[in-house]
Design a protein around this ligand. Structure first.
Ligand SMILES: Cc1cc2nc3c(=O)[nH]c(=O)nc-3n(C[C@H](O)[C@H](O)[C@H](O)COP(=O)(O)O)c2cc1C
Length: 196
């Protein structure tokens, strides 16, 4: 029996840019990853910008909504079809923003066994790493597969410009290489197990 393994080149990664704050800065990191993944030909990639989706505050899971908005259906479809998710989240008071919890709770099966990499971003010196405590637990509860790699970004305003270009390109790309490789490895492993 011929089993075709999907090449990592064909994988689809969606980047969730979680901040919807006026004058947000973490979106710069989402832009960086989109450009990096695309330029290196690592996968096809798209940003799901929660600011653009502008979801209302969660009031029920999508599958139980009687008349769900098209934007929510589209978001769910894109997440479901993706091979992996890269979340770029800011740190707010030691946690992740409500906008991100909103879309985690909105969906259910779409998260199941989904390889997820997390990049945390802050204006402070610790790179938003305190977010991990709560976000890892929530993603575990919803049965996502969080990959064991970190990409903390401290002092984001000084380290990435508005176009997502890092101030220290070699150092940032070295870190991005290790981080994205881990996500791609998990995607490939899942595809192998699923016989894709
Ligand atoms: C409500 C709020 C709480 C914040 N809490 C923290 C924090 O606990 N630690 C930290 O380093 N930065 C904190 N920041 C700064 C953000 O990390 C900073 O704004 C960064 O740019 C990422 O968020 P952004 O994408 O919304 O800009 C906070 C910002 C806001 C708006």
């Amino acid at each position: 029996m011929l089993i075709l393994l999907k090449s990592p080149l064909m994988s689809q990664i969606v980047i969730i840019s979680a901040s919807i704050r006026t004058d947000r800065k973490s979106d710069r990191v989402a832009l960086f990853f989109r450009n990096y993944i695309s330029d290196k030909g690592l996968a096809s990639v798209e940003i799901l910008d929660l600011n653009e989706y502008n979801f209302p505050l969660f009031n029920e899971r999508l599958r139980f909504q009687k008349d769900p908005p098209d934007s929510a259906l589209l978001f769910a479809e894109k997440l479901k079809k993706s091979d992996g998710v890269l979340i770029v989240t800011p740190e707010y008071n030691g946690g992740y923003p409500a906008s991100l919890k909103n879309v985690i709770d909105l969906l259910t099966d779409e998260w199941n066994r989904k390889p997820v990499a997390i990049s945390t971003v802050s204006g402070g010196q610790f790179g938003g790493s305190q977010v991990l405590t709560s976000l890892l637990f929530t993603l575990w509860k919803i049965k996502a597969w969080v990959v064991p790699a970190m990409f903390p970004v401290p002092d984001v305003e000084d380290t990435f410009d508005e176009n997502g270009i890092p101030s220290n390109i070699p150092q940032t790309e070295k870190r991005a290489d290790a981080f994205t490789k881990e996500l791609l490895w998990c995607i490939a492993a899942k595809q192998k197990m699923s016989g894709i």
